[in-house]
Design a protein around this ligand. Sequence first.
Ligand code: IFM
Length: 701
Amino acid sequence: MVRADSPTRAETLEVVPLPGLLGTALPFDPAWCLVADSDDDRSRVAESLLCLANGTIGSRGVLEGDAVDQVAPVMAAGIYESAPVVGEHPMPVPSWLDLPLSPAIPTGRRVLDLRDGLLTREVDEGGVVLRSCRFVCLDQPGAGVVTVEVTPGVLAGISPVDQPAFDLVARLSALGGGVTLATSTAVRSADGTPGGTACIERFAAYAVSATTAPTDEEVTGAIAQMRHVGAPGLLARQRTLWMRRWDDADIEIVGDIDATRALRLSLFHLTGAALRRGESAISARGLTGPAYAGHVFWDCEIFVLPVLAATDGASARAALAYRIHRLDPARTRAASEGRSGARFPWESARTGDDVTPTTGTTQDGETVPIRTGALEEHVTAGVAWAAWRYASWHGGWPFLEGPGRPLVIETARYWASRIRIDDQGRSHIDHVTGPDEYHEDVDDDTFTNLMARWNLRQAAVLSERTGGDPEEADCWRSGADSLVDNYSPATGRYEQFAGYDQLEPLLATDIGTPPLAADLIIGRERLGRSQIIKQADVLMAHLLIPDDMAPGSLAPNLDHYLPRTAHGSSLSPAVHAALLARAGRPDEALDLFALAAAIDIDDLTGTTAGGLHLANLGGLWQAVVHGFIGLSVTSPDDRALILAPVLPESWKEIRVRVRWRGRRIRLACRADRVHVSCDRPVTVEVHGMPAQIEPPGRWVG
Ligand code: IFM
């Protein structure tokens, strides 16, 4: 079981030596350490939670030497093979942890320390004593180190020798590229006595390329370099690198260790999913597992990228490069449908073609059509939104006017050609599915229309700044202005799509206590005829483009849609937590925040074995940063960081670190005031009051 309880005093103060002369573990700190105890039926869940990744490989928390039944022990970024139904799915890659140990060693106790990315294991059971420790190097693509100390009799068929054994373990071809793995393993006597405690030290190097076949020299060279530096040296570097990451990104809820650890766990895994150079395809489960076939959804741009943009601009830029490099297939898709511009696919993998499966199997074994690939078009606006968000934190106008330009312009062209104008001159987008996938093929989905409207307007601004065709920009503006948004000033509410209000007025709370898989409870047919929704839809727009929403409309829409929401998607609770906080209801927000925090740790959806839900991990951070502290960064022209903290009763202070336009900013937000630290002058606006802050910082409020 992955547990989250506080340690004893002894645990806190104990200096734990690491196997293989690596030195000692950092002192145990429950706000930084995830503990998994012994074997149980959740071991695959623990493998996801204890995954170590560096943007190139994800090494799930499998046990050393245990090759039984593993779910994709190693994920390699961008490495796909052809597969029926899902088009492309992650190619299985051999494990570097296949060590010569006897089978059936108990699991023992494992601790993942988020400060340095070290996973340690201790077994002392039935005469077996084992201590292991591993990490994947943050700055060396594909490199990992594992050391294991074991009692006599546990090594399978080998004896300690002086010379390390080098193995070129695998040379695999994947679609477009390949993976090569080499390991170098030394087995030595740890206590100098023949037949005594043995120590295994293994260096592993994966060469991973989505576009070429890696050469053997890449891995042999990497191994030679690792051996030269040595395991203690590599660990020291690892600690420095993680310390720098946390310096830019840490988050802490003073007085709530569980929330703090959940947020740090999110940042840890989001960091592991992303590469900081080239392009980075961040799939729904990142490198923590193979579920959703390693496909990239809107999860990347809408849920993950805002976190990266605020904490590690280079990796946000690499995630956008993934889309920039796939503009051509998106243009081809639009053209094949008789449209202009670029339409991004709902599910994307290596090529950028749509790889959304067209059928799926229900829990009852029934084959059902999957229509999201055809109908869930809002991802196209989501890509433009992400480009804008990144530019607002980091890249500025040079990014939007340069490499990011087509992400905004080409998507606007798509929407301009997609809308239908009726006899009264109003524009519509027919036949789509919004984020609420319980209602397929609807007309004028409010979220889709609002995001398309936003996309058209931003593109008009960008076009004017970059000498684009003024007629085209005018046409985008008028298309945007005439797009119906289903807003009723009388109720302050947006109808979710044309005809939604006429559906059976069933609440999610009528059929159970959310989170619910409502489709399994009342069936897809009835669900589609009811007002129960899967996840935030109208409300997503309040999170993403609050300035474009009708003033005062957040509260009525929350009141209306929240009881109708089943939270049938892991993406849902965190969004509602953010918005409840924005609506000034922080204690209710905290309930949904806690639900979101438990999604993977407690495997609430029963699917965490296939990998962590990265969108939810990003959503958790957003719930705190954009929700509880109300940090708003929406335009490259922003002159100030806007803050409006609201804290639940039990939270005394929220501490957040971000990078904004090159500045390092640390915020300590209390209900009545905020401390801003900075390394360069910055303007903030707290609850509407502007303040100029000089380094090193001061209290505001
Ligand atoms: O992108 C999500 C979608 O919104 C709901 N179903 C799962 C997808 C992948 O996480």
